[in-house]
Design a protein around this ligand. Structure first.
Ligand code: CMC
Length: 429
């Protein structure tokens, strides 16, 4: 490496590659011309050393356990801000003034209803469908509804599409829940704030008055802030890749939702709670710790470990506090799941295997317990994650579309299949 250049020796060729510095964090080696210069690709399955884009939205220092949205620490945003303020920050790059915030809240609120035909669209799903399946389908279906906001070359239309998704995805999420439990859909109520409105759409029934519990609303709002963005994670990269072809923005967010569903990503909170239920009691923990450490056993401690955080996930700390607040508010004194979680965390954090591999609890470890206490079934956990992450996906999608150097994403491969061979007619095989 020399100055702002690095050199790679490939056979007898020396290739110069520029080093690009970010504002903080690791620099990158620009390998864009490597193939032209050497005839070789780089190989990095799972993108463990590859930066796929330049971004100004979110910064993570996994070793120090730092997460910043537009430079602001997650702890400060979760403590002092609200979710829509975070949305504004992620989308526009700055915290809003009071007037900007009031205007933004107003505009989001005015987009919360979905086209009435969406309700009929829901009837096509089986009642026992996983709500994430319903989310993937219904978010994708929005691409068939809002034709006046799909010209992605028009900044105004991009912003309308963005606001529509932030506003309507909670409505779809609540509808997905209501549909699976066979209750009528509850229309949004614009006098409520974003998260209180969401709680009402999920838990109100027409037969009764519904009063939002402000402690639960604040806790859920904080959960939304914690999940709002996480730089180039799998679902965000999916949204960017889908969007790089110029695809419809609603369809791109549906693609991100599909990716989020997996248990290694957004599905982990559901998996973590199921695991705590399976462990059942503190006495069974050693058996499960042994399973997690056994190379021949596919079992992993769900809610532990992270591709980027090799220190305590900063979101997990806030989440743990929120869990206690919610359980206190609801008067849940002895939750056996919480007992298992606390003890599991204690044992894992003092176990050589977990220490050596830097496996710490991640956000999903505690979020499941909190959401369950609020009344959400496990199948809704990833849906709530999707509601919160929508703004991150959109901010990243917008950033990509607005980047003049943007190209269609097209990874290369190391081909290990058969070389060219001739076709044999079926009778001769
Ligand atoms: N339990 C036991 N061992 C683990 C775990 C775990 N949860 N996570 C990683 N390991 C081990 C793994 O077996 C490997 O060991 P070795 O080096 O001996 O082969 C080592 O730690 C490194 O693991 P890796 O799979 O190479 O790490 P990764 O960066 O590819 O995976 C992860 C990250 C999050 C997929 C993984 O830690 C995991 O599967 N965790 C459980 C699922 C989970 O909680 N996911 C939520 C992530 S946070 C929410 C989000 O951002 O979506």
């Amino acid at each position: 490496m020399s100055g702002s250049n690095s050199q790679l020796q490939v056979g007898d060729k020396t290739v110069d590659m520029a080093i690009k510095e970010g504002s903080v964090g690791p620099a990158v080696i620009d390998i864009a011309k490597l193939y032209a210069q050497t005839g070789m690709f780089t190989y990095d399955p799972g993108f463990t050393s590859t930066a796929s884009c330049e971004s100004q939205i979110t910064y993570i220092d996994g070793d120090k356990g730092v997460l910043l949205y537009r430079g602001f620490p997650i702890e400060q945003l979760a403590e002092h801000g609200d979710f829509l303020e975070t949305c504004y920050l992620l989308l526009y790059g700055e915290l809003p003034t009071a007037a900007q915030k009031a205007d933004f809240d107003y505009r989001i609120t005015r987009h919360t209803m979905v086209h009435e035909q969406m309700a009929r669209f829901f009837q096509g799903f089986r009642r026992d469908a996983h709500p994430m399946a319903v989310m993937v389908g219904s978010i994708g279906a929005m691409s068939a509804f809002y034709h006046d906001s799909t010209d992605i070359s028009d900044p105004h239309q991009r912003m309308i599409a963005s606001m529509r998704m932030i506003a309507k995805i909670p409505t779809l999420a609540a509808m997905a829940y209501k549909y699976t439990i066979g209750q009528p859909f509850v229309y949004p109520l614009n006098s409520l704030d974003y998260t209180s409105n969401f709680l009402r759409m999920c838990f109100a029934v027409p037969a009764e008055e519904y009063k939002v519990n402000p402690v639960l609303s604040r806790a859920l709002d904080r959960i939304f802030i914690l999940h709002a963005d996480h730089e180039q994670n799998a679902s965000t990269s999916t949204v960017r890749l889908a969007g790089s072809s110029g695809a419809n923005p609603f369809a791109c967010i549906a693609a991100g939702t599909a990716c989020l569903w997996g248990p290694a990503h957004g599905g982990a909170n559901e998996a973590a709670l199921k695991m705590l239920e399976e462990i059942g009691s503190v006495d069974n923990i050693p058996k499960y710790i042994a399973k997690a450490k056994d190379k021949n056993d596919p079992f992993r401690l769900m809610g532990f470990g992270h591709r980027v955080y090799k220190n305590y996930d900063p979101r997990a700390k806030i989440m743990q506090k929120t869990t206690h607040e919610v359980l206190n508010e609801l008067g849940i004194k002895d939750d056996p799941l919480l007992d298992v979680a606390v003890e599991l965390e204690r044992i894992a954090l003092s176990d050589e295997y977990f220490i050596e591999k830097k496996l710490y609890p991640n956000i999903d470890f505690y979020s499941g317990i909190t959401l369950k206490a609020m009344g959400f079934p496990t199948s809704m956990f990833t849906v709530l994650f999707a509601v919160a992450r929508t703004v991150g996906w959109i901010a990243q999608w917008k950033e990509m579309i607005e980047d003049p150097s943007q190209k269609i994403g097209r990874p290369r491969q190391l081909y290990t299949g058969s070389p060219q061979r001739d076709y044999t007619p079926i009778g001769r095989r």
